[in-house]
Ligand binder design. Structure first.
Ligand code: NHF
Length: 461
């Protein structure tokens, strides 16, 4: 393995003309995925301008076999680093007994197995820095936080993007606080999330918001099997296959968890208000066993109305489902961004989403905009009765005014187009360019003076 370069040498590298190597430090990259983090990091790497940036993804192997061509293996002191070429993206998978964690990306409990893996990941990234030759480290959430001190020592700038805060996991919350102080710049994924979590984000005065984007070439009807009668035909085929009656159809797609995604709110809405209503409801996902049992019980009790697809649908199946149903229900209790919303908008499933985080930002409408042409509807997070009322209103509209639905669908696709992966990447490119162009050593310049004890600036020599 090549020796770690000294800071002067690294500065020269950073100033060298040509493409900047940006190391994306993450726990997820397709197909090593748990959720939105994989979607976002993968889309960002693919959309970066290849003439200016070389994305270099580094992640724990987490027990996965790599689907990409293998380029080299480096045996570091405490882990094995395998390099692959995933299209235009260089991917490094790090393995040792902690980083392989039996195929689990986020081992539990977090305050034991989870934090051990997190700490190990950052330490091993620090060990790998010399081999990576990156000019910039981009941390996606704080999983690699343990490398930040070393990066600072080497004069290597760092960007931290908070995709979600983990106040429910104290060791990771600690990692987030430490990272916020040490990273050169910090971003998050929606204005609303930054506002809602001002308790955390106010630690710095310079937090930037870069909304996520999706690959609109993938999230497009053009890639669906041809269907002569378009959306109506796809919907007919879907509900016939599921043995549901022909009527307005809603889908929930996502993780069945207790704290964030709100599948329990939709189950409450169904149980308390929607039984027997003229609409269909499809639950697609898995997770918490008790929630899955509730969804299965709802499907058993309301056999002509509710279906459970009890698995994590791969992206192409999510695309086909969203291209066939009338509405997507997104009842999250909180949502830093909410990629499923953009995917639904792109595929013409009109969203009914809670008014939180990125969902609130994306669905914000001008009060003058006529109801029927709005790209979706919002309700208050956690309000099962409010959700049921919005669903009934929309089901009524779908029956009474199908033209209005078509207009809303066009508005939905137009809204999605504002959230393309390319647009997201252009904003990260501007951020990277500003950091690299500034040629300054990383400093905690954005920290509010009151956020911590005054320290002499100790720049690496
Ligand atoms: O879309 C990617 C994703 C977000 O809201 C999502 C979340 C985790 O909770 O930024 O990260």
């Amino acid at each position: 393995m090549r020796e770690l370069r000294d800071p002067r040498e690294r500065r020269e590298l950073r100033e060298a003309p040509g493409r900047a190597r940006v190391a994306m430090l993450t726990c997820e990259f397709d197909p090593i995925r748990c959720g939105g983090l994989a979607t976002m990091v993968t889309a960002l790497c693919r959309a970066l301008d290849p003439a200016r940036f070389q994305p270099v993804v580094v992640l724990p192997r987490s027990g996965h076999a790599a689907p990409w061509p293998h380029v080299e293996q480096r045996r570091l002191l405490y882990c094995v680093a395998d390099r692959y070429q995933a299209g235009g993206t260089e991917v490094w998978l790090l393995s040792n007994p902690l980083l392989d964690s039996e195929g689990v990306i986020y081992p539990e409990p977090y305050d034991h197995a989870g934090i051990k893996k997190t700490d190990e990941f950052g330490e091993r990234v620090a060990e790998l820095l010399g081999a990576l030759d990156a000019q910039l480290l981009h941390l996606h959430d704080a999983y690699a936080y343990k490398c930040l001190y070393e990066a600072r020592r080497l004069g290597l700038p760092t960007a931290l993007t908070i995709h979600r805060l983990h106040e429910d996991e104290p060791p990771l919350a600690f990692a987030e606080m430490a990272s916020a102080r040490l990273a050169t710049v910090m971003t998050t994924v929606s204005d609303a999330y930054r506002e809602e979590r001002d308790d955390f984000f106010s630690i710095r005065s310079d937090v930037q918001v870069i909304p996520n984007g999706i690959d609109l070439d993938f999230w497009s009807e053009d890639l669906l099997p041809p269907e002569p009668s378009g959306r109506a035909g796809r919907r007919r085929r879907l509900i016939r296959g599921l043995e549901l009656p022909d009527r307005p159809t809603f889908a929930f797609v996502g993780r069945f968890d207790r704290d964030q995604k709100g599948v329990d709110v939709l189950l409450d809405a169904h149980q308390g208000h929607l039984r027997g209503a003229p609409l269909n409801l499809i639950f697609a996902g898995e997770g918490d066993r008790a929630l899955a049992e509730r969804a299965a019980a709802a499907a058993a009790a309301a056999g002509d109305q509710v279906r459970l697809l009890h698995r994590t649908l791969p992206p192409d199946e999510v695309r086909a489902l969203l291209a066939a149903v009338d509405f997507a229900v997104i009842p999250s209790r909180y949502e830093p961004f909410g990629l499923i919303l953009i995917e639904a908008l792109a595929m013409g499933a009109i969203p009914i989403a809670s008014r939180v985080g990125g969902l609130r930002d994306v669905l914000a409408v001008d009060a003058a905009q006529p109801e029927a042409t709005r790209p979706g509807r919002c309700f208050e997070a956690g309000d099962a009765a409010g959700l049921a009322a919005a669903m009934q209103e929309m089901a009524g509209l779908a029956l009474a005014a199908p033209d209005a639905m078509d207009k809303a669908r066009r508005a939905a696709r137009a809204r999605a187009e504002a959230y393309s992966a390319r647009r997201m990447a252009a904003r990260y490119e501007a951020l990277y360019g500003a950091i690299l162009g500034a040629r300054a050593l990383p400093s905690a310049g954005g920290l509010r003076p009151e956020a911590g004890p005054a320290r002499p600036s100790r720049r690496p020599e």
